[in-house]
Design a protein around this ligand. Structure first.
Ligand SMILES: CCCn1cc(-c2nc(Nc3ccc(C(=O)NC)cc3)nc3[nH]ccc23)cn1
Length: 278
């Protein structure tokens, strides 16, 4: 559509045709819809994120997420299209570009044989560029994980879901969360677990876990949570899982390099995340 189609556009609910569910994000679910004002099925396919009413999230968080994604213009970040008001502006939905190949996890599982190291590194570099752009805007994503990476084509992936994204205050290097919700602790840097501190460095740590997922082809039997839980041992004495996790990380235990991981990736220069533990 016209260039103003890109931003600030309002989609009328009456022209939205629901097609199928696409997935669950933070605070909401995403559905495939066709925006069909002519009513002849020629309208564009869009991804619509609706606020989950029952979740502890509230409209305020959702509006922050919408403002965040609306401010992002990067080839490696899923594009904002507009908003759709319903129930007379009482509730609103976030409209985004539809990425036909879906989540990176499903894509790697389905196309495992066809994806060589070169393409894996292409995906890794695109996620890295998306993260670099976020950092240039002083955003911390706080939920970088393969489940939040979407596939636009066989040669393009994008970062999605900005439900937990925060802006780092201008006088600090980190963002301290007051009320950590359901935390994806197996993607968290140590200081995020122990002090709820999030920074560009903690996003880099999560990117390291995404690299592990990438080179494991997102196989569910070697996903980060399962590998960490095996190492922690399933016998849970008093200490919570997160304290056990921080203990092994402080002892410099790290996720084992995936078996198919090429040597050059295996021995990346130690990310400064490790130096911090020392
Ligand atoms: C990231 C967590 C929240 N989330 C966002 C989306 C999403 N999905 C898609 N496309 C998609 C998804 C799934 C499949 C599929 O075949 N599944 C079996 C095919 C295409 N386009 C999107 N544009 C913006 C968000 C978004 C899905 N979940």
């Amino acid at each position: 559509g016209p260039s103003n189609q890109q931003d600030q556009s309002v989609y009328e609910e009456r022209h939205l045709r629901y097609i199928s569910p696409l997935g669950k994000g933070n605070f909401g679910s995403v559905e495939l819809c066709r925006y069909d004002p002519l009513g002849d099925n020629t309208g564009e396919l869009i991804a619509v994120k609706k606020l989950q009413p029952n979740k502890q999230s509230n409209l305020e968080d959702f509006q922050k997420e919408i403002n965040t994604i609306r401010s992002l213009h990067c080839d490696y970040i899923v594009k904002y299209r507009g908003v759709c008001y319903s129930m007379g502006r009482l509730s609103m939905s976030l409209v985004m570009e539809y990425l036909p190949y879906g989540s990176l996890i499903g894509y790697l599982e389905k196309n495992r044989q066809l994806i060589n190291n070169r393409r894996m590194l292409l995906f890794a570099s695109q996620i890295c560029k998306g993260l670099e752009y976020l950092q240039s805007m002083r955003y911390v994503h706080r939920d970088l994980a393969a489940r939040n990476i979407l596939v636009a084509s066989d040669t393009l992936v994008k970062i999605a879901d900005f439900g937990l994204t925060k802006i780092i205050p201008f006088d600090k290097e980190y963002y301290r969360v007051t009320h950590p919700g359901e935390s994806p602790i197996f993607w968290y840097a140590p200081e995020s677990i122990t002090e709820s501190k999030f920074s560009h460095k903690s996003d880099v740590w999560s990117f390291g876990v995404v690299l592990h997922e990438l080179f494991s082809y997102c196989e569910h039997n070697c996903n980060p949570k399962r590998l960490y839980m095996q190492e922690i041992g399933n016998d849970m004495q008093g200490l919570s899982i997160s304290m056990h996790l921080v203990d092994i990380l402080k002892d410099n235990w790290r996720l084992p390099a995936p078996p198919l991981c090429p040597p050059r990736v295996r021995h990346l220069p130690q990310p400064y995340a490790t130096l911090r533990v020392a």
